[in-house]
Design a protein around this ligand. Structure first.
Ligand SMILES: Cc1cc2nc3c(=O)[nH]c(=O)nc-3n(C[C@H](O)[C@H](O)[C@H](O)COP(=O)(O)OP(=O)(O)OC[C@H]3O[C@@H](n4cnc5c(N)ncnc54)[C@H](O)[C@@H]3O)c2cc1C
Length: 388
């Protein structure tokens, strides 16, 4: 039993920032460890041992989960919205509905130096900032405090994040609010912000060009059935595309080798959910819902509260959707119910983000199967998947 955040290590801390934001004495700061992950650090000279940090920690005790009420396969009708999103664009459509009612939306944006951080938006014009998955751990900064202020001012709030971040927010708030809707983005684990920063430095060193934008899933160049392509944009406006599985950072993330320690024992992998809404990719849609238009991605949408069902009803005209079930979804997407199973020996346990050969050691081995798969015509791949 942990009695103080002083006893916290990367094995017992998911990095949600709930303790840091709960501290009435502001004696906790979030500091990067040698693997580049944020962990709480306490200034003991200011600490009064009130215990609020421990009571706010979702790793010590999890908030009560919600049961699944409804599940759908869905995709946004609005093509620019869909193309800008990682998956089926449902997060964007839900956000617009909340913003149009005078509400606010919280999500993950790029900050300075490619730091992923949570921000609050109040206008549709800023939605693009928090669309798209950034595959590294985001800093929730002081957004839980901002959410509480919004809730007490009767503002409608939509807060999106990974399951542990939603759990952290709920532990911070300590009570349910009618004007709060939470969105869990499915997550098989997060690499560290420090590692991603080093990766951008490495690209800049190798190309001699400054990186101005990074997109994990670029849909403009992506062909259906193909492995995802990332897109690096440089300051001179040139672009570099590459296959996710062949990239040192992206490939090792997909293989689950560089995740935070707690991700290998995630407390939120089960048949219940921690948020009102869960959004994920709908893997295997061609088998569960034949003919569903998934050329530009499709989402699984899982609704776990009456408020979530009301929000989904209000956006139905903006979506193409089909009734589905949690069982159908998890049949092809094990990461919703099971932590990454990567063997301890394969995990880059001792990543020293200052090591010179870091990205050489992360580079996935040349995979002939991936190369061959990318040469097979898309229509043939799709046909073969429907046969399985
Ligand atoms: C680290 C990570 C791992 C993921 N792993 C899986 C997986 O294994 N299987 C799967 O089916 N789906 C996974 N996803 C979710 C998936 O990529 C989409 O985010 C989700 O389906 C929503 O897509 P969308 O098109 O509706 O929204 P989009 O427009 O793509 O919106 C992205 C949403 O994700 C949030 N977000 C982006 N980056 C982060 C971050 N670093 N931390 C917290 N929130 C973030 C934004 O706030 C926004 O709500 C992962 C997402 C992340 C961030």
């Amino acid at each position: 039993m942990i009695n103080s955040v002083l006893e916290i290590t990367e094995r017992s801390c998911c990095g949600c920032g709930s303790c840091f934001q709960s501290c009435p004495k502001h004696c906790i700061t979030m500091q990067e460890n040698e693997r580049g992950f944020l962990l709480p650090e306490v200034d003991e000279s200011l600490c009064v041992n009130c215990g609020l940090c421990v009571r706010s920690c979702p790793e010590i005790e999890q908030p009560k989960p919600y049961s699944v009420k409804k599940a759908y396969a869905a995709v946004a009708r609005n093509m620019p919205m869909l193309k800008k999103s990682t998956s089926g664009g449902i997060f964007g459509v839900m956000s617009l509905a909340v913003l149009n009612q005078g509400g606010v939306v919280y999500g993950c944006a790029w900050g300075d130096n490619f730091k992923a951080e949570h921000i609050r938006i109040t206008a549709a014009d800023d939605l693009y900032l928090i669309q798209q998955s950034k595959y590294l751990q985001s800093d929730t900064a002081n957004t839980f405090v901002q959410v509480k202020n919004d809730l007490l001012n009767n503002i409608m709030v939509l807060y999106s994040g990974t399951a542990c971040q939603i759990a952290g927010l709920r532990k911070f708030l300590k009570q349910e609010y009618d004007n709060l809707l939470t969105v869990e983005v499915a997550c098989h684990g997060v690499p560290s912000p420090g590692l991603f920063r080093k990766y951008i430095d490495w690209i800049e060193k190798n190309t001699g060009k400054k990186v101005s934008d990074y997109q994990f899933r670029n849909k403009e160049k992506h062909k259906k059935g193909e492995h995802y392509k990332y897109c690096v944009t440089f300051a001179d406006e040139s672009k570099k595309y590459g296959f996710s599985k062949e990239d040192a950072y992206y490939g090792s993330f997909l293989e689950g080798r560089t995740l935070r320690c707690t991700c290998y024992n995630c407390k939120y992998k089960n048949n219940e959910r921690i948020a009102d809404i869960m959004l994920s990719d709908y893997w295997g849609i061609e088998r569960e819902h034949k003919d569903f238009p998934a050329q530009n991605g499709a989402s699984a949408v899982v609704l776990c509260s009456d408020a979530a069902i009301d929000l989904f009803s209000s956006i139905k005209d903006s979506l193409i959707f089909k009734d589905s079930s949690f069982e159908q979804i998890t049949k092809h997407n094990h990461s919703l119910v099971q932590s990454s199973l990567v063997d301890e020996n394969l995990r880059i346990k001792t990543i020293n983000i200052d090591s010179n050969d870091l990205f050489t050691s992360l580079k996935p081995k040349f995979d002939i199967k991936v190369r061959v798969k990318n040469l097979v015509p898309e229509k043939l791949k799709y046909f073969m998947k429907t046969l399985r």
